[in-house]
Ligand binder design. Structure first.
Ligand code: 1GP
Length: 235
């Protein structure tokens, strides 16, 4: 993942719990053909304990970069290329702002993973999401783009390199155009948007509003053919 890129990028999120080896291989093949830019791997829970196996399958079948998108500090593997080192800056849970990072720091140093400090922001998507429950934090209200914008700005001023606007996996409502625009206007660092995006039109809307990277998980888990729609998009 380049820190600065003129090109809009699409990332495929692989949740190791929600795929099997057969489905994963089909997804990787379709993602390669669709020209997606990179993969993220992670989830809120890992019931199947197959993070490493998932990364190894990805590395075997694609040349695209694989970044960890960890739901907790146990999801660190030096088999990946890098890690989104997430600080949950929309919340006020100290463990997710610094505590977990302290525990992970020596492991990360030894791993040689490419570390990408990322301000992770939950935006209310209409219903409670796994991530708000697990993180024990409240999302930023959907109709308060100015709070989202100031939060992202604070993240940038703290030196974070990316901002990730998250509606939550499988969210009812994706992050609104209004919120993306307000954040885009306030910050210079690259903006990632994900959660509840399930059509090519929604991807285009997010890009037009100012997203640099759009993350798709559930829509591809539900139907790998979704990647064909991405293939025919003019990015
Ligand atoms: C979740 O933003 C990602 O962390 C992707 O969300 O699964 O809804 O595409 P979806």
């Amino acid at each position: 993942m380049k820190i600065v890129s003129d090109k809009k990028q699409i990332a495929v999120l692989i949740d190791p719990d929600k795929t099997d080896s057969n489905q994963l291989q089909k997804t990787i093949e379709a993602a390669n053909k669709a020209g997606v830019d990179f993969f993220l791997v992670g989830g809120s829970l890992l019931l199947k304990n197959n993070l490493e196996e998932t990364i190894l399958t990805l590395k075997k079948h694609t040349k695209k970069k694989v970044y960890l998108f960890p739901g907790n500090p146990s999801q660190i593997s030096n088999k990946a290329d890098g890690i989104l080192l997430l600080s949950l800056i929309s919340g006020r849970n100290a463990d997710l702002l610094i505590g977990n990072h302290v525990q992970a720091a020596p492991l990360l140093k030894q791993s040689k993973l490419h570390i990408i400090p990322t301000g992770y922001m939950l935006i209310d998507s209409g219903t409670p999401t796994t991530v708000s429950y697990i993180s024990n934090t409240q999302p930023i209200p959907a109709h308060k783009p100015e709070i989202a914008a100031c939060t992202a700005l604070a993240g940038e001023q703290l030196g974070l390199q990316f901002i990730y606007l998250e509606a939550g996996s499988g969210a009812q409502n994706a992050v609104s155009q209004e919120t993306i625009k307000a954040v885009r206007k306030m910050i210079k660092i690259p903006l990632i948007v994900g959660g509840g995006i399930r059509s090519a039109a929604q991807i285009e809307t997010a890009f037009k509003a100012g997203a640099d990277i759009v993350v798709i998980g559930t829509a591809i888990e539900n139907d790998v053919e979704f990647l064909n729609k991405i293939k025919s998009m003019d990015l």
